[in-house]
Design a protein around this ligand. Structure first.
Ligand code: CTP
Ligand code: MG
Length: 485
């Protein structure tokens, strides 16, 4: 951003833009009244279906954004919660919930989170039918969804139309940044977190004003109110007002929170409507990626693993762990990484490493201890033995340390990774079956949607509001322009 912004003018522009975007996001009164009718009919149908079938449904309710008007119209789901008496076992509860969902929804599809739920249609609206337990204390939930009715109650008692409109605005802002949604794939802001943040700050603009100065981990309340057992990598800490043991920010990653903090600052300095216009991310085709690599002088290696039949909640964390393990292994073998990424396709998982070079010299230099210490003798003995394989040395360096040059076990990253895969901890379901996977240079990997996504992540890294570079990947390089030594 050139020069310092004119704060007054930026605030006025911002207020005008926000009012316009808010108006655009507001559902029409007709739509809201139709939705209200459908909600009531949905609850009525499911209640009578339970009665007809003798299913012990304690209560059916619509919660989530469709109940409060805090939804974005183009991605509206009605969240129908089917609450059962705690006397039912988890299996009975799940079974009863599915049976009821199937009775009232059209084209129901089974999904899994903590336990199974159904996604289907009712009178033209998409519905998630989620079974849970009807409880009196949300701080003692049996299943994670049991807090939901209490969330709904908490928010309703505190929100007016003004906050509802601000929630939609913030959701749209986060969506444009690609950080809205608490699913493991996204690791963004959950709908409930957004609503609490607006309540906490008072509004969209006030929240951004505070957020531009946030430092991670962000604590919205005094440390004494922290929920227990926060993980090391926690990004945002806010105890759930209905259950102080739970961190509402638990799904949010540090990376996504950092994007939001930087975006808050950039938006306030230069507000524009485009901050509320989500863009379709384009995958990167292999041919384009190869041309870029040519210009960048780097290479990409792709590890392909069979995809085990697991739900995202289980699979995605394992893929991330595998990605980290593979990247660390490449570095341990001496390869220099520019970046790494992973993507999940319908039948395979891809992990990609961009490296400065896929081949390294056939020898590597290994430093030993300085002269005069006990260990020096052992180093010398080891490397002078006939079977040591030393190529040059042992010798001493200028600083008086021993050193030796020995053959590098894997001067080609493909072989190095292929050899390491079986012993790396890739996540419990990724190793078997179908062997440890394949390692190939980009040119030998088939084009696919998941490859396109992987390549975009490797070769199109930028904050969402930063424009694409006209001179990509350092080409053309101006004569005399600074290059790395
Ligand atoms: N919920 C929860 N924990 C989760 C997911 C959901 O407690 N991990 C509860 C919240 O009370 C939330 C409700 O389930 O309000 C519905 O979830 P979801 O549809 O994901 O969020 P919404 O608030 O409805 O937001 P959106 O507009 O994105 O649907
Ligand atoms: Mg919802």
């Amino acid at each position: 951003m050139a020069g310092s912004p004119r704060p007054r003018a930026a605030a006025e522009d911002g207020a005008r833009i926000e009012a316009k975007v808010r108006a655009g996001l507001a559902p029409s009164p007709e739509f809201l009244s139709r939705l209200a009718t459908v909600r009531a009919e949905l609850v009525r149908s499911v209640t009578s279906a339970a009665r007809d079938r003798g299913i012990p449904l304690a209560r059916a309710l619509i919660a989530g954004s469709a109940a409060r008007g805090t939804f974005l119209t183009d991605r509206l789901d009605i969240d129908l919660f089917l609450l059962f008496p705690p006397a039912l076992s988890r299996e009975e509860m799940a079974r009863a919930g599915l049976a009821l969902g199937e009775a009232v929804l059209t084209s129901p599809e089974r999904k899994y989170a903590d336990h199974p739920y159904l996604r289907g249609w009712f009178q033209g609206f998409r519905v998630d039918a989620v079974p849970g337990y009807a409880l009196t204390d949300p701080a003692q939930p049996i299943s994670p969804v049991d807090r939901t009715p209490f969330h709904d109650e908490y928010l309703r008692a505190r929100q007016g139309p003004e906050q509802v409109a601000e929630v939609r605005l913030l959701k749209q802002f986060l969506r444009t940044l690609g950080v809205y949604g608490a699913e493991v794939r996204t690791q963004g802001f959950s709908g409930y977190l957004v609503e609490l943040l607006i309540l906490e700050a008072g509004g969209f603009r006030a929240l951004l004003e505070a957020a531009r100065h946030w430092r991670i981990p962000v604590r919205l309340r005094p440390p004494a109110e922290d929920p227990p057992r926060l993980p090391e990598e926690v990004a945002l800490i806010l105890a759930d007002p209905v259950d102080p043991h739970r961190n509402v920010g638990s799904a949010l990653s540090r990376r996504n929170l950092a994007v939001f903090i930087l975006a808050a600052d950039a938006y306030l300095a230069a507000p524009h409507e485009s901050w509320f216009r989500p863009r379709q991310l384009r995958p990167l085709f292999r041919a384009d990626a190869l041309a870029r690599l040519e210009r960048r002088g780097t290479e990409i290696v792709v590890v392909e693993l069979a995809r085990p039949d697991l739900v995202d909640d289980t699979l995605v964390p394992q893929v991330r762990r595998a990605e980290r393990a593979i990247a660390e292994e490449a570095e341990r073998q001496g390869y220099r990484l520019v970046g790494h990424a992973s993507s999940v396709g319908p039948s395979r998982l891809l992990i990609g490493l961009e490296v400065e070079s896929i081949v390294l010299p056939r020898i590597r230099r290994q430093e030993g201890p300085p002269a005069g210490i006990e260990h020096a003798r052992r180093f010398l003995e080891k490397w002078t033995a006939p079977e040591s394989g030393a190529v040059q040395g042992p010798y001493v360096t200028e600083e008086g340390r021993l050193a030796v040059e020995a053959p590098r076990p894997f001067p080609d990253l493909r072989e190095g990774l292929a050899a390491a895969l079986p012993r790396l901890s890739l996540g419990k379901n990724l190793a078997a079956p179908g062997g440890p996977g394949t390692v190939r240079p980009l040119a030998e990997v088939d084009e696919s949607e998941e490859l396109g996504e992987l390549l975009r992540e490797l070769l199109d890294k930028r904050l969402p509001w930063v424009p694409e570079r006209p001179h990509r990947d350092g080409e053309p390089v101006r004569p005399g322009a600074a290059r790395r030594r």
